[in-house]
Design a protein around this ligand. Structure first.
Ligand code: C5J
Length: 219
């Protein structure tokens, strides 16, 4: 068992029954010209998440924690993209439109791929997801159940959208959930701070939060 300092209380887990769920560290969210930028966001705000996520992934690999990468993307024919999602708002390019990194958020296009620092390795699990939550329309639940996973560690982008949605879905499914502060990020720093505060409030109503330093101090 590993116990690390966390809020609101220490978080204990057996690495053999724990998975890291790294959410949507894709070029379309982190680099200029992708989905995040088409929505008018300053994608440079997410740059510091990349080295922190890499450090967390390395720590998990060294401690025998399964690494799962999720990827928000859609089929080339958009059959898994509801019009409500595609037509929402006034982005400069919509999902499926051609951009500087290929078609926006389409599976197999360069933009939908992971940033080069965080490419999946042999033994990792990759989950392509059509929604914000990683359980909707994916085999994630079966992947976790078949491996006897009980605890989940979270990182990725964006904190208050896909990360928080997935953490809440996991919490409702009975998983003990921890999010690592530096390894997650938002285009809106105040939303990140609020999401983390909501997660650990009321005795950890959604789960625990900890810093990368807390993780490293655990061994
Ligand atoms: C968004 C995500 N923000 N991965 N996706 O649309 O958070």
């Amino acid at each position: 068992m590993i116990t690390l300092q966390a809020q609101p209380t220490p978080f204990s887990f057996d690495p053999a029954h724990t998975a890291l769920v790294m959410i949507d560290m894709q070029r379309d969210f982190i680099e200029p010209g992708g989905f995040g930028a088409t929505l008018g966001n300053d994608v440079s705000l997410l740059a510091p998440v990349v080295p922190a996520a890499a450090a967390l992934i390395a720590w998990c690999r060294a401690h025998g924690v399964l690494v799962i990468h999720t990827q928000e993307c859609h089929a080339p024919d958009l059959s898994d993209c509801p019009p409500a999602k595609r037509l929402r708002g006034k982005p400069s390019l919509r999902i499926g439109d051609p951009g500087s990194m290929g078609r926006i958020l389409i599976k197999g296009e360069p933009g939908a791929g992971f940033v080069p620092e965080l490419l999946p390795q042999t033994g990792d699990v990759v989950i392509a997801k059509p929604g914000k939550g990683a359980f909707y329309g994916t085999p994630l639940a079966q992947e976790l159940q078949s491996r006897g996973i009980t605890h989940l560690i979270f990182g990725g982008v964006t904190t208050e959208v896909c990360v928080q949605t997935t953490m809440r879905e996991a919490n409702d499914r009975g998983y003990e959930c921890l999010i690592i502060e530096e390894a997650t990020g938002s285009y809106f720093p105040e939303f990140k701070a609020s999401a983390l505060a909501m997660i650990r409030a009321q005795g950890g109503i959604v789960g625990w939060t900890a810093s990368l330093g807390d993780v490293r101090s655990a061994g």
